[in-house]
Design a protein around this ligand. Structure first.
Ligand code: THU
Length: 154
């Protein structure tokens, strides 16, 4: 859905605070909108992600691939990096979307990246472009996560 109305609403929201948009779209819609900017010439698998930070501000990211394949980065990593660069370190909500048969599953590395900033009850919404949705808590998405406390001395 690329209506002019939706785009002007997004543009208006984004002028409010340096690229952050406010609570005027479902987070999965923010992820779907930014997915248009994914750079995926190698896999042709475009992914969009959005995180709502503790302040309520939304940060988005896309996958950015590279001719040196391992240098590519995931959409979730981009959204998290934007959040941290803006001075926020708490994730309240996550959404990720791609064009696949079932709601896109964040990769293992991204589950770990999300768990760094999100508590166990934070909800991750996964979607498909066709409209399927699924939700998991961070607890269920990465049971037994390695965390800062894992490095405490016994
Ligand atoms: N990808 C993401 O952006 N997020 C995920 O959680 C799964 C995979 C991207 C990485 C790569 O550019 C493409 O999807 C295919 O693996």
């Amino acid at each position: 859905m690329r209506s002019a109305r939706r785009h002007s609403r997004l543009a208006r929201a984004k002028t409010k605070a340096s690229g952050k948009s406010e609570r005027d779209m479902a987070l999965i819609d923010e992820a779907a909108a930014v997915r248009d900017n994914a750079y995926a010439p190698y896999s042709a698998f475009r992914v969009g992600a959005a995180v709502r930070a503790g302040s309520g501000a939304v940060f988005t990211g896309v996958n950015v691939e590279n001719a040196a394949y391992p240098e590519g980065t995931c959409a979730e990593a981009g959204a998290i990096a934007a959040m941290v660069a803006a001075g926020e370190t708490a994730i309240a909500e996550v959404a990720v979307i791609a064009d696949c048969p079932d709601p896109v599953a964040p990769c293992g590395g991204c589950r770990q990246k999300i768990a760094e900033f999100a508590g166990p009850d934070v909800v991750v919404t996964m979607g498909t472009v066709a409209g399927a949705r699924a939700q998991l808590t961070v607890r269920d998405m990465l049971p037994g996560a390695f965390a800062k406390s894992s490095m405490d001395k016994a």
